[in-house]
Design a binder for this molecule. Structure first.
Ligand SMILES: Cc1cc2nc3c(=O)[nH]c(=O)nc-3n(C[C@H](O)[C@H](O)[C@H](O)COP(=O)(O)OP(=O)(O)OC[C@H]3O[C@@H](n4cnc5c(N)ncnc54)[C@H](O)[C@@H]3O)c2cc1C
Length: 268
């Protein structure tokens, strides 16, 4: 079986990484996203809870956001008779964005490239990051993220895989070569990582509030964004949408290059 068929098959089976023994590398064909933290609503005073008319229940962040919004106007009795969803949609329409900052979601992202995280960490407002250290962690078995545009193209995949193999071999040789001069493993790795490519895999925990996630999903999910980060946004939208009903105005569509795009649709 050719490389293209092996990688496409892995992606179709939902496998995010696959060993390619012919070349001696591990290839990544999709991002791996785990929700590791989510804000919960813990309630208000008994008096307010009794007065508050909302159709939402439980401890989801949608209640926290409605509570934060209503606290501005003390409108617990819900004079406009809005559902929770209608209330938050109205907050968003008005541009009352700070209300959305009260709920955070933390994701553990694996199977993403250093090129991708370089773009991701440009988002500052409302975001926090903890990323795998290439100085501390050995990279001699690091995996490489296949650029989406190469999927399905046997001859270009071979060029890519060979470049990854060569950079990995250079990394290992540099670490071994520095053995005599440098005892500190971190010092050896910080030097040798210079030859790892942009597509080297990294892991990152990212926490962002709902306002920031909505901004990032729109920006990095758009057709103008890099294909790998756009693909990640589609997965993140799925994970967040399964968790909290605060992204109903965001949809995933097929992009013209076969990689999904995230689009914001106007709410009624
Ligand atoms: C398609 C695309 C191409 C790009 N190309 C390049 C490139 O070639 N080179 C490059 O360097 N970068 C590039 N970027 C990165 C881009 O310029 C931003 O740095 C990045 O997208 C972070 O977004 P943000 O500024 O909205 O930051 P966030 O931190 O996500 O900020 C959210 C919002 O808060 C407000 N805000 C945040 N910080 C400030 C501030 N300091 N002052 C005023 N308002 C603020 C803004 O309204 C901002 O939109 C690109 C981004 C995209 C999506």
């Amino acid at each position: 079986m050719g490389l293209a068929a092996a990688l496409t098959g892995a992606a179709e089976r939902g496998q995010y990484r696959i060993a390619v023994p012919e070349v001696g590398i591990t290839a990544i064909v999709a991002p791996n996203v785990t929700l590791v933290g989510a804000t919960r609503f813990l309630g208000l005073s008994a008096e307010i809870m009794e007065a508050w008319k909302t159709d939402a229940s439980g401890d989801g962040a949608e209640l926290l956001l409605e509570a934060a919004g209503r606290s501005c106007y003390q409108s617990w009795h819900n004079p406009a008779g809005r559902t929770n969803h209608e209330y938050i949609a109205s907050i968003i329409r008005q541009g009352h964005g700070s209300v959305l900052e009260h709920a955070d979601y933390s994701l553990y992202l694996r199977g993403v490239s250093r090129a991708l995280t370089h773009e991701l960490v440009r988002h500052r407002a409302g975001c926090s990051y903890s990323q795998l250290s290439q100085r501390y962690v050995d990279s001699s078995d690091i995996a490489f993220v296949v650029p989406p545009a190469l999927m399905g193209d046997d001859s270009l995949l071979e060029v890519w895989a060979e470049a990854c193999r060569a950079s990995l071999a250079a990394y290992v040789r540099l670490v071994e070569g520095l053995d005599e001069r440098i005892a500190d493993r971190k010092r050896k790795r910080e030097c040798a990582r210079a030859v790892l490519p942009n597509c080297a895999e990294t892991h990152i925990v990212m926490t962002a509030n709902v306002r920031a996630w909505r901004h990032i999903l729109a920006l990095r999910g758009s057709e103008h964004a890099d294909a790998e980060i756009r693909r990640l946004m589609a997965v993140i939208l799925g994970v967040l949408s399964d968790t909290v009903p605060l992204f109903r105005d965001y949809v995933t569509e097929a992009g013209s290059d076969g990689v999904p795009v995230v689009r914001v649709v106007a709410e009624e």
